[in-house]
Design a protein around this ligand. Structure first.
Ligand SMILES: Cc1ncc(C[n+]2csc(CCOP(=O)(O)OP(=O)(O)O)c2C)c(N)n1
Length: 645
């Protein structure tokens, strides 16, 4: 028997009460186990006897940077998303030769959005390192991750501004600090100067980022703490600090909710993204089909107006397609007119401005989410529960089945049948006329993409005017997975697609993005090329900020009357996206005619199958109010010169 086998045998004898503790310790000594080893095994055996898995702590001695890295490894980190600088040397010196992969982004926005895309697709917390005061450049994307509750540990180096000389470059101004910058976009922000505490701080960061509802946390680590040598601390495995998302629903409240759903004449489900995060999509579909309840999504914010030409093609805003978009019960954007009960599921951020969507303040509402923060913030509720969405839905379905006979349930569903919204299919059919237009209509781009892309591809979306209703998106195995950012702070898409592909290398990943959006994250193609990340990018290039122009038109003021929309035309010069991508090592092709679209998409798919990123720049038509306006306020610095220098 191996020594490990012999030790296990001795341990089992103790646990089976075949030997005394004293004989156990003696036998371990004979088997060559050290005194410290014996004491730790006795503790473990005691814990096992009590039915508790033992703590995993292991002692480690090294620099502060090495301690961070050891605790990252034990937290299960596989990727370090970073853009480093001079004051993270202590950390990165410790990181050298570690079995984790560095993903370099050439701007903090790319780093955070790549981490966000990775976390959203993998379900794992992402780990980020950025540079001291350059943290400021991460804020737009940190805001997005905060809105979506993405679990993310963001660390940064810190220059000490509370010492004798506080005149440091790249440090916060004396009296200010890094944590102030990030505080409003994180669950919590703090700084540490204590090398010995670093593993504790990293564990705390993971715990806070992953505890429901998740979100980014920020930890700035002083240069001195990163570089201190010969520090000893204990490192724990993730099971010892990550809190499982297992909040069960209250059975009595479930009964109330079940009763209300059975009694309602016209209930409706509002979809929140915690449904996907909690792996509750199958239960949601089961409930919707059981009682024939339509489900609808959060609307994109826009200026209210009555002009249909100002409507966006698909005005919903969701991180995930929590419900299959081509299912007859899918109701598109939220409309509560005529509804007598709302079941709001899995919201961790604010609910939409409901007065615009026919919601009356006295419409009964049932809320369930892992976050209590936003329930009842604006609208009162009748029933509310802080619980895991999957456990809530499972409990609700079982309670409904206990409470009502199968015949009654069928009758209730039948009474609601015949008015299924079938939003996705109806909208796609209505739009068929756009398929023949020239220049290429965005609807055609979406329809061809839906046909050509893998059934289960991951569509990363950052394009306000996209024609999402053509996509067979949804949460099932063979649906296209929709991943987006509800924060709407542009600059997310390119990085997010990179992160999504890192998280799911064996699934096709396609970035569906507007020309305006690309330019906020234009350096991300370099990271795709460096890490041989086969993402297909489709840029719908309408040479303008269409969503902004439509909102300006909706105001119905002087801009609309003059057909001049300030700051929304982005042609002259036109950005050449193919050259932009090629300059970073990502091949591409431009498409101007409808006939060339399908072959270009096929070519892009082939390129990604061969293992390289590829970009298609599609020249698309402008649509809606002001589409014919090409005006912009001209200005030439060259012509304003008095001297030709
Ligand atoms: C960082 C940031 N700056 C500005 C905006 C305002 N904004 C909203 S949509 C939009 C234009 C997006 O253009 P594009 O990606 O081409 O999509 P389109 O509106 O043309 O459909 C802008 C500038 C924003 N949301 N985020």
């Amino acid at each position: 028997m191996s020594s490990g086998g012999a030790i296990n045998e001795i341990l089992n004898q103790l646990l089976d009460h075949n030997i005394s503790r004293r004989s156990f310790m003696k036998a371990l000594g004979v088997a060559g186990v050290s005194a410290a080893g014996i004491s730790s095994m006795v503790k473990s055996a005691q814990a096992v006897e009590k039915g508790i898995a033992p703590l995993t702590g292991r002692s480690f001695t090294g620099t502060g940077g090495q301690l961070i890295v050891e605790q990252m490894k034990s937290a299960g980190v596989k990727y370090l998303f970073t853009n480093p600088g001079s004051y993270e040397y202590g950390f990165l010196d410790g990181f050298l030769d570690q079995p984790m992969q560095l993903i370099l982004g050439m701007h903090e926005g790319i780093v955070i959005s790549a981490a966000d895309g990775y976390a959203k697709v993998s379900g794992e917390p992402a780990f980020v390192l950025i540079h001291v005061v350059a943290t400021a450049q991460a804020l737009g994307q940190l805001y997005n991750s905060h809105v979506d509750g993405t679990p993310m540990v963001v660390t940064a180096g810190m220059r000490e501004n509370e010492s004798l000389s506080d005149e440091f470059v790249l440090a916060a101004r004396p009296g200010w600090d890094l944590k102030d910058m990030t505080r409003q976009f994180t669950k919590i922000s703090w700084q540490t100067r204590d090398a010995k505490a670093l593993p504790t701080q990293i564990r705390r960061a993971f715990k806070l980022a992953t505890t429901e509802p998740g979100g980014p946390v920020y930890l700035a680590i002083s240069e001195a703490a990163q570089t201190k040598k010969n520090v000893t601390a204990t490192i724990y495995d993730r099971d010892n600090f990550i809190i499982p998302n297992e909040m069960p629903p209250n059975p009595d409240t479930l009964k109330e909710a079940a009763r209300a759903l059975l009694a309602a004449r016209a209930p409706v489900i509002w979809l929140g993204d915690q449904v996907t995060k909690d792996h509750a999509c199958a239960e949601l579909l089961e409930l919707a089909e059981l009682l024939c309840i339509p489900a609808c999504d959060y609307p994109l914010p826009s200026v209210p107006n009555d002009d249909p030409s100002l409507e966006t093609s698909f005005p919903v805003s969701c991180v995930y397609a929590n419900f299959p978009h081509k299912h007859p019960l899918y109701a598109g954007v939220y409309d509560a007119k005529g509804k007598d009960l709302v079941l709001a599921l899995g919201f961790i951020h604010n609910l939409p401005g409901l007065y615009r969507f026919g919601m009356k303040e006295n419409t009964p509402m049932i809320c369930c989410s892992t976050s209590g923060d936003y329930m009842g913030r604006v609208f009162p509720f009748n029933i509310a529960m802080v619980a895991n969405t999957k456990l809530f839905l499972r409990g609700l379905i079982d309670t409904i089945k206990d409470m009502a006979t199968a015949t009654r349930i069928k009758q209730i569903a039948a009474s609601r049948r015949g008015q299924e919204p079938d939003y996705g299919n109806k909208a796609a059919k209505l739009k068929r006329e756009n398929m023949t237009l020239s220049p290429i209509h965005p609807d055609l781009v979406a329809a061809v993409m839906d046909e050509e892309l893998d059934r289960n591809c991951i569509l990363v979306h950052e394009y306000h005017q996209s024609s999402q209703q053509f996509f067979s998106t949804g949460p099932r195995e063979n649906d296209k997975m929709w991943v987006s950012s509800k924060g709407l702070c542009l600059g997310w898409g390119v990085g997010a697609a990179l992160g999504a592909k890192i998280a799911a290398p064996d699934r096709q990943v396609v970035l569906d993005i507007g020309d305006g959006a690309v330019m906020y994250s234009a350096s991300g193609f370099w990271s795709m090329a460096r890490y041989e990340t086969p993402v297909l990018t489709v840029v719908s290039n309408n040479h303008c900020y269409e969503s902004v122009r439509k909102v300006f038109a909706g105001y119905n003021g002087r801009m609309k009357a003059a057909n001049r929309y300030t700051g929304t035309a982005i042609d002259h010069p036109l950005v050449d996206f193919v050259t932009l991508a090629k300059s970073q090592g990502c091949d591409g092709i431009r498409v101007e005619r409808s006939a060339d679209l399908r072959p270009a998409i096929k070519r892009g798919i082939e390129a990604t199958r061969a293992g390289t990123p590829f970009l298609i720049d599609v020249d698309v038509a402008r649509a809606g109010a002001g589409a014919d306006s090409t005006w912009f306020q001209k200005f030439s610095v060259a012509k304003s010169r008095k001297k030709k220098i």
